[in-house]
Design a protein around this ligand. Sequence first.
Ligand SMILES: [Mn+2]
Length: 309
Amino acid sequence: MNYDVIGDIHGQADKLEALLAKMGYSKQGGLWIPPKGRQAIFLGDLIDRGPKQLQVLETVRTMIDAGHAQTVMGNHEFNAIGYVTPNEEVPGEFLRKHSDKNKDQHREFLRQVGEGSDLHNEWVNWFRTLPPFLDLGGIRVVHAFWHQAHVDLVSEHYNPKEGWNESFLHASFEEPTAGWMAMEALTKGLEVDLPEGHFFVDQSGIRRTRIRTKWWLTDATHYREIALMDQEQLHRIPDIPFTDQFAPMPIVGAPVFVGHYWMTGTPSIQTCKVACLDYSAAKDGPLVAYRWDGETELDDSKFVFAGAK
Ligand SMILES: [Mn+2]
């Protein structure tokens, strides 16, 4: 089987349809059918932010049910589960707090689905079935960070036939359990603290002392090399060697695909074993796919994209 791996959609149904059409998928009734011998693989973050989230969910689920697609869970689907699941230790609270920030991030989904409706419940129950990663043999797929030890831990509590061990899934919202660390890594990536006294200011004007990292640069030595952020902010990151917080294992074997990182510019691979397919489709960027045909080393010529403003 060859795969078309597709980045974070965030409710942009028009971009999804444009991309599928561009790749030769045909729409029959409500179902998108891939060209022979191919399957669509979604990287998660189907929801939040965009205008047509239910249409995206319907499209993807219909494809999955017909055997034409698979998806992993993104941090937004993970968060959606925590948002509605009561915290049994704190009456009246939920596993994901209903703080202003969390509400804000989830607002469009709640509005479109109808907060507390049967439909809301139905979709969150579907999110609960989504795998945290996929090892498809020739490729591996996860929302943000393939870290073998975390993958191994999570795979003890999820299997494709029976789904999740619900109590593990619930515990993974509780910092700092091993389950929490593993799900943070898989769905949000590898973050490190800057040295004492250093910070940068993010897009929302918030002062931050932790950075997202380019975990695929396993030979990197300096903070500025591994910082994953807007170019204009990079001067704020100290150009000094980092401590042992950053020590990802090199990816060997099957290539790994991730989304999550709000890339900009022309889609290109991170290394010959790692490609990020999130190019900010949630805002003005294109929805990006990588058309994988069995290669063990990834190639810039395999990207396809649609829908950029
Ligand atoms: Mn994400």
